[in-house]
Design a protein. Structure first.
Length: 564
């Protein structure tokens, strides 16, 4: 009872009556509410205290864990970062390695202009080097003046291929600053490491003269351009490799002369194209030495057997007796054996030995493919710099792929046998192949880096007898002494060669002109190729021999070490 009575009293004491509410709303007692007078205070709940305490404990635990992570686990790394934040780092650009020719002549070097941090790349002004040397991309800044590209980057040629050797390692100047940003009088220097120098196999003087000869003929006759290669047949050293026209490597490296750079891009003569290894061209008659080797090896003809050339051969169509196909020679040569056929470049002889005619058995298209591939006329050669293309040797499979439903015919074999139809090759592949003829079947790897510690791969062709090489070499010598290359017969040293022209274009109004060969004839040491691209055709074609003559004349007088 007592407990119930007390409970009623507590209920009555906490009961709020309506009149009290209205009285409070008027604040009749005049409580100072700013001092919390007239308010009913209630104690904070224990659960609230526990919840708030747990929150602060959790925050404290996270703080301790984070502090431990920063100090114990990653303390050193953040310390080093904080130290770095005290410095302004200015790059000190490394000197890029110098590129030399085989005789120590500088081909690419560095220039430092006063007040400029970044050295500029300078290139030889001798002609014909742009495609070999290539160009670079300079370090680049953003608008705030910070370098987002801190290194030179080789973009093509030797500059790209040997970029890792040439680039070196940049240094830095570290300027310490205090919390207010003021620079300390002391600074730390990390010295740059210069790049390694590179020596090439090319001879700058020979390269320049070869380029001059090709440029002069191109401009005087109207060829779109040209290319030349000279290679040591014993080891693959490239003595000269040039392409005309070319670009200015310094202009491309700086990238400021946008009008000239745009002109390069829109020039129909394609100055960016390295014709020596990136251009593929119809070879024409310069493939005849390789067919001769194939014919001798297969035993389908002897060197002494003669074939009559009356100026053409004719074949009647097997499908229509009223249609006769005529395959022309460059002239009526009469009776010619293999050496004479090479000398005068008789098409009829190679139609007959290539595809067969009358009682003369032919190699056939499969063997033509076999022997031209044996000498790797279609490449690639494996030279270091980028951009080398592979050629094309026509075959029935090639024709089916490119001319759906059109069968292989004997006329296709005839045209392939004289280096026409779909035949294509690069000048570099041709210089390697003709070196194989001079070497009695040894194919070397063309290369530009002069380093005697590197052993470059070679390939020995064993299928062809030495006696067969003798015949073909003699025929190529007769090209100069009494055949199509007689302009070279008056030099003070002996050359063996094979010239050729190939009709190009839909209307056949233009020609590619070639001359390939080796020298000195008695003891071969160097192979060469000259190509003139897309010049005027017709009766009075000016061939590539006209570019070779001034070059070899200069070589005999000013660089006789190559001719002895």
């Amino acid at each position: 009872m007592l407990w119930r009575l007390c409970k009623k009293r507590r209920l009555r004491s906490t009961e709020v009556f309506p009149e009290d509410i209205f009285l409070d709303s008027k604040n009749l007692p005049a409580f100072d509410t700013q001092q919390f007078e007239g308010r009913l205070e209630q104690p904070i709940k224990k659960s609230s205290i526990v919840l708030l305490g747990s929150f602060f404990v959790a925050i404290g635990v996270l703080f301790v864990l984070r502090l431990g992570n920063l100090q114990l686990m990653h303390g050193n790394a953040y310390f080093e970062r904080s130290e770095d934040n005290r410095y302004n780092q200015l790059p000190m650009f490394a000197e890029r390695g110098i590129i030399y020719d085989r005789n120590g002549i500088e081909l690419a070097w560095n220039r430092r202009d006063e007040g400029v941090d970044v050295p500029t790349r300078a290139y030889t002004r001798d002609g014909g080097f742009s495609h070999i040397l290539g160009y670079v991309s300079y370090p680049k800044k953003d608008r705030a003046g910070f370098y987002w590209q801190e290194n030179f980057i080789g973009k093509s040629g030797v500059e790209k291929k040997f970029n890792t050797l040439l680039e070196g390692a940049n240094g830095a100047k570290l300027i310490e600053r205090d919390a207010t940003g003021n620079a300390s009088p002391n600074s730390t220097l990390i010295a740059p490491v210069s790049g390694a120098n590179v020596t090439l196999t090319v001879d700058a003087k020979v390269q320049n003269e070869m380029h001059k000869a090709i440029a002069a003929l191109s401009e005087s006759v109207g060829y779109d351009g040209g290319a030349g290669v000279m290679m040591d047949i014993t080891n693959g050293d490239i003595i000269a490799l040039t392409s005309y026209p070319e670009y200015d490597a310094e202009v491309l490296s700086l990238g400021k002369n946008t009008s000239l750079i745009g002109g390069y891009r829109h020039d129909s003569r394609k100055p960016y194209l390295n014709r020596a290894l990136g251009g593929i061209y119809t070879p024409g008659s310069i493939i005849k030495p390789f067919l001769a080797l194939g014919a001798l090896t297969e035993g389908i003809i002897t060197p002494e057997k003669q074939i009559l050339s009356t100026g053409s051969i004719s074949l009647q169509s097997p499908y229509d007796p009223n249609i006769t196909y005529v395959y022309k020679d460059n002239k009526a040569h009469g009776w010619v054996d293999m050496r004479q056929a090479l000398a005068v470049s008789s098409n009829v002889y190679f139609y007959s030995t290539g595809g067969g005619y009358a009682d003369q058995k032919g190699l056939g298209i499969l063997n033509i493919g076999k022997y031209t591939r044996l000498f790797e006329l279609d490449g690639p050669t494996g030279i270091e710099i980028e951009g080398e293309k592979t050629g094309v040797i026509p075959s029935p499979e090639w024709k089916e792929k490119n001319f759906k439903g059109d069968i292989w015919r004997i006329g296709d074999t005839y045209n392939t046998a004289i280096g026409q139809y779909g035949f294509q090759a690069t000048p570099l592949a041709m210089v390697r192949s003709v070196a194989g003829v001079a070497n009695d079947g040894l194919l070397v790897t063309p290369h530009l880096l002069k380093d005697d510690t590197i052993v470059y791969p070679t390939k020995q062709i064993t299928e062809v007898a030495t006696s067969s090489y003798d015949v073909v070499q003699e025929g190529m010598r007769m090209v100069v002494t009494e055949g199509t290359g007689q302009l070279l017969n008056y030099l003070p040293f002996d050359i063996a060669a094979k010239s050729g022209t190939a009709q190009v274009g839909i209307s056949k109004k233009y020609v590619n002109a070639w001359i390939i060969g080796f020298f000195p004839y008695e003891n071969p040491r160097y192979a060469f190729v000259f190509l003139m691209e897309r010049g005027p055709g017709g009766e009075a074609v000016v061939g590539a021999t006209r570019a070779a003559l001034p070059f070899f004349t200069w070589l005999a007088e000013y660089a006789p070490e190559y001719t002895e």
